[in-house]
Design a protein around this ligand. Sequence first.
Ligand code: PEP
Ligand code: MG
Length: 757
Amino acid sequence: MLDILRSIIQEVNEARDLTATLNIIVRRVQRAMGTRVCSVYLLDKYLDRYVLMATKGLDDAAVGKASLAPNEGLVGLVAQRAEPVNLDNARSHPRYLYIPETREEEFESFLGVPVIHSGEVLGVLVVQQKESRVFDSDAEALLFTLAAQLAAAIANAEARGAVVGLSPTGLQTKDPSFGGVPGAPGVVIAKAVTVFPPADLDAIPNRECTDIKKEIRFFNDCLEQVRIDISELKMKIKGQLRPEERELFDAYLHMLSDSALGTEVVNLIKQGMWAQGALAQVALAHVRNMEMIDDTYLRERATDIKDLCARVLFYLQEKTKSSAIYPERCILVSEELTAAMLAEVPKDRLVGVVSAKGSAHAHVAILARAMGLPAVMGVIDLPFAELDGQELVVDGYNGKVFTNPSEALRERYMEIVREEVALSEGLEQIRDLPCETRDGHRVALWVNTGLLTDVLRSKERGAEGIGLFRTEVPFLLRDRFPTEREQADIYREQLKAFHPKMVTMRTLDIGGDKPLPYFPIKEDNPFLGWRGIRVSMDHPELFLGQVRAMLRASVDLDNLQILLPMITNVKEVDTSVQYIKRAHQELLEDGWQVKLPPIGVMIEVPAMAWHVDALAKRCDFISIGSNDLTQYMLAVDRNNPRVSNLFSTMHPAVLRVLKQIADEVKAHGKSLSICGEMAGNPSAAVLLMAMGYDILSMNATNLLRVKSVIRNLSFEQAKQMLEQALQQEDTESVKALVDKALNEAGVGRLLRSSKNS
Ligand code: PEP
Ligand code: MG
């Protein structure tokens, strides 16, 4: 049975599309099992019916026409139960239903298995036999295994079909949508540009080529380049090779010859596909087939093919790199967006972002928020490779992406865009007014920055300081460590732009989901690993260089304060302070007139909430990193969209800890700020203010909303809300309570952006 399965799966892997896949399955299964009929029914969600999509044995004319509702017939029964149904006398079963179009003969036995993907029954695979017999376990197992294979192919095709607005059976048109998690608030309609990491065959999007002849020439040039490389390599290590290893190089050269892989790729280009896409398709088909074969030698050849094709891809990408074209307004789409991908797009062209992986708390989402770009993250099953060039609607409030929007849908979203503009124009008026409650309680609204553009946007919104400059952002956007001098220039820009307001510079916080491309950190549990201050402690040269650059940048400005991330014990604080003092002393000795800046500690590790006393004694201020504090308190990976619904800064336990920290820091008379995303959520901001936080540091996008909410409330009201919130037992009750109170205060319409934390 294993052989039959393997050969069917191999054939399925080569199929061009879903129809071909289904036809291969029904034909091969019918033959292998010796049954009279084999058919596949697929669920068309928009019709809510299982439609006959391929058959061997029933009337071909019924394909695409015959269908059953989930409560009809034996097919419906399999779907409803999501379990196999194996009957020796199907016609006597109460659910038996004869569909005339299929011209079904008098079949007795019936075996149907559900095709399930992500817990959803996408279809039913059926075999039927004339004589009465129960199908044996082998038959059931074969069908079951094939159904699992089929599920992925159907889900994939369904996602793809959705791109062009067709239901799975192609019988209905719709407004296709993909659900993810809200990454950054806002709504945008524009064309998608799919970007992908270099040299990754799996990530190449589908694109057409405009000039086929030119593309073939280009491909052949790159192929030739790899051929030269391999020949050179062979010459270089000639003396060290045994004859059989030399043969391997000849085999490589043969694979690259025009008669082998090259021809297949060229044939696809001739059909209009761009060279990278054609190469990826050919390579992956070969690799999949070879990996399936039960032969170690051939399986290893699959690795060779991958390696060779990746080399060709390298040249194809190197040569097209500089010509990446971004339309005037583009939405960046990728399987996993990175900060570097974001930075490559000219700022005035980028209007939205969509990432198949990652969550609202991923750093790329934080960057999107800081840049005011609507973002949807963690869009599972997103056919990102198919979206290149398509018009998309990105709904960053609800975490939805629509492809091929209908006129009606586009109009609905345009309305929201207009509403947004009106709202922000209204908010502009409070830009220069203080952030104080109706009864005169003041709280400072600062911003989080990473790029210089954030600084400019922040100033436009009336920010009163920078509560968190993520210094790793400029590090992430380079291909090597910036020198001390380069760093000093970057830091001075930030300090100058905000002068005389304070700028809080956090020392390098790499690791976790922020590995530097040129300083790779490979760990099983990166968020529990070598990140933040831990890296700095092991690399004092990096830390000292950075601190010196900060201090040098602050000469004559004196608006710098330094913040230490991911502190887990007092030794880290003591050592950091010593280093900062040492850097300061060295600069004084070198003739720089610099002042020792205030030094602050971030509370991000839960244990530190019970260690405030020791921390407060050692530093000038405390700042809460609520993103990490929540991630670690609730044991929810901030990047994992599967558990993002569990991530909540409004969890009563999180609120209680934040309140406890506030009480202790205040008892020490130290300044207290919060710089996690929570501060930018208007509902949470009210609670934080009531707890006694002096500074709320947030992304610039939300600043005026938060200010508007606070200005419409009294401090007394906020304190009452906090008191009640702290008595709740779950996140939902806290949110409901705060939303109700804010709605009653007439600021409900400002809450739309608060879904992110
Ligand atoms: C935080 O963890 O809340 C924080 C501000 O740091 P980052 O998001 O950069 O990890
Ligand atoms: Mg953090």
